[in-house]
Each structure stands twice: as structure tokens, then as C-alpha cells.
Design a protein around this ligand. Structure first.
Ligand code: ZN
Length: 507
């Protein structure tokens, strides 16, 4: 390697690090806003975050970055080395960022700022029409964005790529078709079966005791509190400013025993992904989860495959019971396990159980495709939403607030985002099946609260790569196959067949 190439690479690294640092500073301000900031600080905070983000963006998309990438790119082709990976990922980010004109970026920012307000009004007043105009503009801007970024087959590919690099609309459609065919009959069979009782989960449970129990579980599963912390916020989330400073938030409801614990497990799954990235990648754009779907696979794995499993509660139920003797004293482990896995169709996605959840996502994906293909008009959405929900879940939302208006994502301009939730669920089952076959007696390990082997396996097979490999490359490397619905369907049929009896319809 020539010394010019070396100095070019160092200059490039300096630029991407500085851009990344500004993003981390913005993320810290956002974390603070959701946890400790007094509400009066909202306006100034929004400006400060926007300043940091746009400064980061401007620094990165300068012509100089392009020149440097051009000069070093041949030096590092086709290699998984640190340098080659930096160049590859930076070139991809740069390419995408440069294709979006400052005018389009500005218009998207302005429209979504306005849309967040109109969405909030529409949501609280149950009036879709208050949001319809802004949504129409957002769909138009997303189509423009797709055209600007470019795509091989479908404009939706260009939108999806922002959240799930490597995935395409055709691939998602095929996976969802497979999933739908098997899942709708399973949901129907469960609906016809007797429901486990779960009212005891909603009695009064002291918030401090819940918090302490949750913290103990997080320590056991191996979330590293030397390099992270947990706080309270209205909407649980996780974020990180470096792999050695990862923040989780949760909420604790006195009248809901498990909501806080499961959101803690979920966010810790995200957090351990960030903490598990190869330290060599620290402070670079590679030091992040590779896609939203892969990120979600890690959170769902800890929340569902572990946290809602029989083996987990075989290890923890006695402990929980002793902390809440009055409420749980007469509830058996088996009754508790069934209660936390009760399946009940709800019109609201965030209240959905793990079986019905993916049907909520499918519905959104299908409507987004129709919008991007300009096959429907905005005014048709509430009706189409209701029809599809009835087809998939057998229920119809009673209001737009519980239907088409329930999520903020479209107001944020995030069309192409929803599929990552289901891809995450499906990948979590693929990853977990591989871990099980590699680790042998995983169920016994979970039952005896031994989580280190699983966590280390996840780190070696998923986390340490950061963005060096894409999600489909990780799945391919791990399973010798593609992202697929089959392992998740096996998991669900087995688990819920056991809870609800046979899930195969009679005729
Ligand atoms: Zn998540």
C-alpha cells in the first residue's frame, strides 16, 4: 500500500468518525429528552438535535469524502478486513446520501415535522382526515426518494434498503406469503380453543419490587452494567453512544406484572447486541447493528424465545412468587406460563401477542406496497385496513385511532420500516434454532439461569460482526440458507400446540 493511500484512508476514517461522534451526541440528547429533561426544554432540544444531525450529514456528504473513497476503494476490494469494511460501508452510505438532494431532504424534514403534529391531532380526535393530506404528501415524497435513490425492480426496494440493507420487496412478499398461508389457520384454531386465565397478572404489584426483579434478570442474562444502564421512560427504547455506553429504558406498571419485565428483556436484547460488537470497530460506522431486522431478532429472542419460555420460568418462577406471595401464592408455574402466553387478537399492534403480531405487519406492508405503486388513494386506507384486519384476525377496529392511525411511523416518513419487525421475528427463530443445535442442552442451561453460553454464542455468530456482514449474509453463513418463515412457524406450532391443544383444523 502506498503512503498516499494510507494518508487518504486515515483522512477518510477521521471524517466518518467525526460524523459518527456527532450522531452519538445527538443520540445522547434524545435519550436525555426521553428520561430526565424537564418538559420546558423540548423546543431548544429539538433544535440542538437537528443541528447536530445536519452537521454530521454535511460533514459526511462533502465532495472530499467522495474523492477519498474514490482513491482508496480499489485498494480494499473484496475483503473482510477492518479497512475494507470501513470503505465498503462508508461508500454505500455516501452513495445513498448523495443521491438525495438537499431540497428533497429539506422537504421531507419539513413535511414530517408538520405530519407529526397533524397525526397527533388526528389520533386523539379519531379523525383520519386531519392526517390524510400530510400522509398523501409523505407518500409522494417517498416515491420521489425511491426514484432518486434508484432500484433494480421495485421502488419499495429503495425504501426498504434504508432499514434492511440487502432485502427486497419481492423477497419480503414471498416470505410473507409463506407465513400467511400457515399462520391464519393457526390463529383461527387458537381462537376456537379455551383461553388460559390471566386476570391475576393485572392485580396490584409493587413497582419497586418489579424493578428489582427485572434488574436481577438483566444481570443474570449478562447485560453489562459496567458498560450500560437502565432508566425509566414512557416508551421503552434502547440506544447507544458507544459499545461501552449502552442505555436501556423500561416502564413499570403496578397493574401489569409482566409488561415491564418483557420490555426490559426486549431492550436488553438490543443492548447486548451493541455491547457485543467487535471492539476493533469502536467509533466507526461499522459499530452498529447491521439492520433493524437483525436488531429486532436479538430483542425478540430474549423477550420471547427465552422470556416467555417454560424453561426460563422453571428457573425464575419460585423467586417471583416469593416476592409477590399474596397475588401468586396459589398460581402454579404451569398456570403462570400459560397466562403470559395467552393469544388474543387485538386491533392494536403494540398489544399483540407473538402469534398474531406478524399479521399486523403484513397488513401494513401490503398497504404500503399499494400506496407506493399508486394503486390506491389515501381516502381508501381506513376501509382497506379494516377489511384486511378482518380477513387476518377476524376483528375490525372500532375507530381510526385503533386502526389506520395507531402507529406514528408513516408520520415520520418511515415507509419500508414495518417489514423489519417480522423479518426480526423470523430471524430470531432461525438464530435460536442454530444456537440450540450448537449448544445442545440449552433448555437446561436456561432453567439453571446459565445464560453465558448462549450470550457468547450470539456474540460470536451475530453481534461481533457489526455492519461488516448484512443480515442475509449472517443468516446465510449461519444456516446455509435464506431468511425464511419455516423455523418460526415450527416454533409457534410446537409451543402453542402444547398450550392450546392441536392447532390443525378439524376439516
Ligand atoms: Zn425492538
Amino acid at each position: 500500500m502506498s503512503s498516499t493511500t494510507e494518508s487518504d484512508f486515515q483522512e477518510l476514517l477521521g471524517i466518518v468518525r467525526a460524523a459518527f461522534d456527532l450522531q452519538a451526541a445527538a443520540a445522547l440528547l434524545e435519550w436525555d429528552q426521553e428520561t430526565y429533561m424537564p418538559e420546558a426544554g423540548t423546543e431548544a432540544r429539538a433544535r440542538q438535535i437537528a443541528t447536530l444531525q445536519s452537521t454530521s450529514h454535511e460533514l459526511f456528504v462533502r465532495d472530499r469524502t467522495g474523492e477519498l473513497l474514490e482513491r482508496v476503494k480499489d485498494e480494499y476490494e473484496d475483503s473482510m478486513s477492518f479497512r475494507a469494511s470501513i470503505v465498503r460501508v462508508a461508500a454505500r452510505d455516501f452513495d445513498r446520501a448523495r443521491k438525495l438532494s438537499p431540497e428533497l431532504v429539506g422537504e421531507i424534514a419539513q413535511t414530517t415535522t408538520r405530519a407529526k403534529v397533524s397525526w397527533r391531532h388526528a389520533y386523539s380526535e379519531n379523525k383520519f382526515n386531519r392526517f390524510a393530506g400530510d400522509l398523501e404528501r409523505i407518500v409522494g415524497l417517498c416515491i420521489q426518494k425511491a426514484e432518486a435513490v434508484g432500484y433494480a425492480e421495485h421502488p419499495y426496494d429503495a425504501l426498504l434498503e434504508e432499514y434492511e440493507p440487502g432485502a427486497t420487496a419481492a423477497q419480503v412478499k414471498k416470505i410473507f406469503d409463506d407465513l400467511r398461508t400457515s399462520l391464519v389457520p393457526i390463529v383461527r384454531a387458537i381462537e376456537g380453543a379455551p383461553q388460559p386465565r390471566n386476570a391475576f397478572l393485572f392485580h396490584s404489584y409493587d413497582a419497586d419490587i418489579q424493578w428489582d426483579f427485572g434488574m436481577e434478570v438483566l444481570r443474570d442474562i449478562g447485560f453489562d452494567f459496567q458498560r450500560g444502564r437502565q432508566d425509566i421512560s414512557v416508551h421503552p427504547f434502547s440506544t447507544s453512544f458507544s459499545m461501552s455506553d449502552v442505555r436501556l429504558t423500561t416502564r413499570v406498571h403496578e397493574r401489569n406484572l409482566t409488561s415491564g419485565l418483557f420490555s426490559s428483556l426486549h431492550e436488553a436484547g438490543h443492548g447486548m447486541y451493541e455491547q457485543g460488537i467487535d471492539p476493533e470497530l469502536e467509533g466507526t460506522p461499522l459499530a452498529q447493528g447491521t439492520s433493524l431486522g437483525m436488531h429486532e431478532s436479538q430483542s425478540r429472542l430474549w423477550e420471547n424465545q427465552i422470556g416467555r419460555s417454560r424453561s426460563f420460568w422453571a428457573g425464575y418462577y419460585r423467586d417471583l412468587q416469593s416476592r409477590f406471595k399474596q397475588n401468586l401464592g396459589s398460581v402454579s408455574l404451569e398456570d403462570f406460563y400459560r397466562a403470559i402466553n395467552r393469544v388474543q387478537a387485538s386491533p392494536v399492534r403494540v398489544e399483540a401477542d407473538e402469534v398474531t403480531y406478524n399479521l399486523h405487519i403484513m397488513l401494513r406492508f401490503e398497504l404500503e406496497m399499494l400506496l407506493i405503486e399508486e394503486k390506491i388513494i389515501i381516502q381508501e386506507l381506513p376501509e382497506l385496513w379494516g377489511d384486511r384486519m378482518e380477513g387476518y384476525l377476524g376483528i375490525r377496529p372500532e375507530s381510526d385511532t385503533d386502526g389506520v392511525l395507531q402507529d406514528i411511523h408513516w408520520a415520520l416518513g418511515a415507509i419500508g420500516y414495518f417489514p423489519t419487525y417480522t423479518l426480526g421475528n423470523l430471524m430470531s427463530a432461525q438464530v435460536f434454532a442454530c444456537a440450540k443445535s450448537d449448544l445442545g442442552n440449552l433448555d437446561e442451561q436456561i432453567e439453571s439461569r446459565e445464560f453465558a453460553p448462549l450470550r457468547e454464542w450470539l456474540q460470536a455468530n451475530v453481534h461481533h460482526w457489526g455492519r461488516k456482514l448484512s443480515a442475509d449474509e449472517i443468516i446465510e453463513w449461519m444456516t446455509k440458507g435464506e431468511i425464511s418463515a419455516a423455523p418460526w412457524l415450527d416454533y409457534v406450532s410446537q409451543k402453542y400446540g402444547d398450550i392450546y391443544g392441536s392447532l390443525v383444523p378439524d376439516s
